[in-house]
Ligand binder design. Structure first.
Ligand code: ADP
Ligand code: 2DT
Ligand code: MG
Length: 212
């Protein structure tokens, strides 16, 4: 009998919500409880495509808006064979941002519909669980200043938040909203509980197709 597959778990949320902190805490906790788990992040800045994206985010290069949107999507598609292989090997993947950031960020730019922005990612491996780390702009401000990268302004982040709220109305995705204003330990406890549940549910199901 084939072994049980791992789960695809995604963390989304606005700047400073705690995604990166919680992804690494979750991977550590899953491994310690005997559940194979690895972290991934998008954009993955280490690939050839990822380096183009990274230079754009660091404002070292300019790219046309549609073009960079498609590069972000291509950066996910190029990792799909690896994602599928790991899941089949029984490894749970904890992913820092995914297609939801892709659609939310580009559609926050003038002239981009959410629908157009979602299309290049249709058919990606569907996450078994997407946790949205909810944090108000005032609470985010308490965690320090914005960085220097592109998109790191309060006006843009407010637009992104609205786009995430639209994406979360989609009942075909297993969204869970997490109160990210709690202390790191409490957020971690909530996230771990949802994840353990999702791992259990996913193990006998095929991987789905996102937005399809
Ligand atoms: P993101 O990846 O969502 O931008 P990070 O995980 O990098 O967020 O966290 C942003 C900052 O906020 C870091 O300095 C981190 O230590 C801090 N932080 C993360 N979670 C919490 C929390 N629950 N309470 C207070 N500070 C936090
Ligand atoms: P971090 O590396 O700090 O998470 O910032 N983004 C991300 C997009 O515009 N489209 C995407 O598809 C993805 C995954 C969000 C990465 C920045 O890149 C933005 C913030
Ligand atoms: Mg981060």
């Amino acid at each position: 009998m084939a072994g049980k597959r791992g789960a695809l778990i995604v963390l989304e949320g606005v700047d400073r919500a705690g995604k990166t902190t919680q992804c690494s805490r979750l991977v550590q906790a899953l491994q310690q409880s005997g559940r194979p788990a690895e972290m991934m992040r998008f954009p993955d800045r280490t690939t050839t495509i990822g380096k183009l994206i990274s230079a754009y985010l660091e404002k070292k290069s300019d790219l046309e808006d549609h073009t960079v949107h498609l590069l972000f999507s291509a950066n996910r598609w190029e990792l799909v064979p690896l994602i599928k292989k790991k899941l089949e090997q029984g490894i749970t993947l904890v992913v820092d941002r995914y297609a939801f950031s892709g659609a939310a960020f580009t559609s926050a730019k003038p002239g981009f519909s959410l629908d157009w922005c979602m299309q290049p990612d249709v058919g990606l491996p569907k996450p078994d669980l997407v946790m949205f780390l909810q944090l108000s702009p005032a609470e985010a401000a308490l965690r320090g200043q914005f960085g220097q990268e592109r998109y790191e302004t309060s006006a843009f982040q407010n637009m992104v938040q609205q786009k995430f709220e639209q994406l979360m109305k989609d009942p075909t995705v297993n969204w869970q909203v997490i109160d990210a204003a709690q202390n790191i330990e409490s957020v971690h406890r909530d996230i771990t509980a949802h994840s353990v549940n999702a791992i259990k549910e996913a193990q006998n199901l095929p991987v789905g197709e996102l937005w399809n």
